[in-house]
Ligand binder design. Structure first.
Ligand code: HEM
Length: 274
């Protein structure tokens, strides 16, 4: 067991578990990033409810939200780290793991602070349905992220995380990765979103998503959600899609800031950081 407060030791153990040859594209990284985001993304600024405090996904009420399907894999990956460092809260562990995963997959360093509690405050519990629905349009995306306190630029930067990982038909119903190398953090998602010709298809399960077909019309490997395409087609969002497609450094900087802000939603610390 490490000394309480030794977050460097926790970081190192998170790095060690990222390589998972039997899982998805060989990395636990993408699903850890999604766990961090979904733990925080229930926040509502007006009522100051939701957010990563409480690690509510441990319980059926939040963990069983269909929007969180598949995230049990991320929580199981992290159990040995929690066992080796029992002093860290789940809320801190999940958010830290997301930040470490981004960095280890080649992304920016994200400023992360400890201090989240696992105490479940019933008056802060978020109702289900606060996370975004990939089948919807720009007005839905704005409603969800404005509720957390983000602006249009931050929304586009955050959605650049879809450079990582994939959709699973048995989790969300959507299927496939957004980019060819889904375990490498880059601005490729924006370049493909802006640069390729996307075609709307209906999958055998009835779910509609956008796919890219090469000249032979056979490659349906790469995909975009309707909400991703909404970023390309909205007059304000699209300016940021183009900026991030052209300037990887700008994307990395803006992503790091927006993700750090996401991890802090609803978290308050006293002067000593407690
Ligand atoms: C995966 C929706 C924003 C990170 C997914 C999936 C959906 C989705 C449907 C596939 C889940 C599955 O089948 O396993 C959305 C929508 C968003 C949004 C509708 C906003 C409009 C974000 C943000 C982040 C993020 C802000 C992080 C900053 C990820 C990652 C994955 C993912 C890393 C891959 C997970 C894996 O490989 O298991 N998202 N997302 N998403 N999302 Fe998002």
């Amino acid at each position: 067991m490490s000394k309480p407060g030794n977050y460097e030791a926790v970081r190192k153990d998170i790095v060690k578990l990222l390589h998972q040859p039997e899982y998805d594209d060989g990395s636990a990284g993408p699903v850890l990033v999604r766990l961090a985001w979904h733990s925080a993304g229930t926040y509502d600024a007006e009522t100051d409810t939701g957010g990563s405090n409480g690690a509510g996904m441990r319980y059926e009420r939040e963990g069983g939200d269909p929007a969180n399907a598949g995230l049990q894999h991320a929580r199981v990956f992290l159990e040995p780290v929690k066992a080796a460092h029992p002093w860290i809260t789940y809320a801190d562990l999940w958010t830290l793991a997301g930040c470490v995963a981004v960095r280890e997959m080649g992304g920016p360093e994200i400023r992360w602070l400890p201090g989240r509690t696992d105490y479940v405050d019933d008056s802060k519990l978020p109702p289900r349905g606060r996370l975004p629905d990939g089948s919807k349009a720009a007005d839905h995306v704005r409603a969800v992220f404005y509720r957390m306190g983000f602006n249009d630029q931050e929304i586009v930067a955050l959605c650049g995380a879809h450079n990582l990982g994939r959709c699973h038909s048995d989790r969300s119903g959507f299927d496939g990765p957004w980019v060819n190398n889904p375990t490498r953090f880059s601005n490729q998602y924006f370049r493909l979103l802006a640069g390729l010709e996307w075609k709307l298809v209906t999958l055998p399960n009835g779910v509609k998503q956008w796919v890219y077909e090469d000249e032979d019309g056979i490659s349906e490997r790469l995909m975009m959600l309707p909400t991703d395409i909404a970023l390309r087609d909205d007059p304000v969002f699209c300016e940021w899609v183009d900026s991030y497609a052209e300037d990887k450094e700008l994307f990395f900087e803006d992503f790091a800031k927006a993700f750090a802000k996401l991890m802090e939603l609803g978290i308050r610390r006293d002067a000593r950081g407690g």
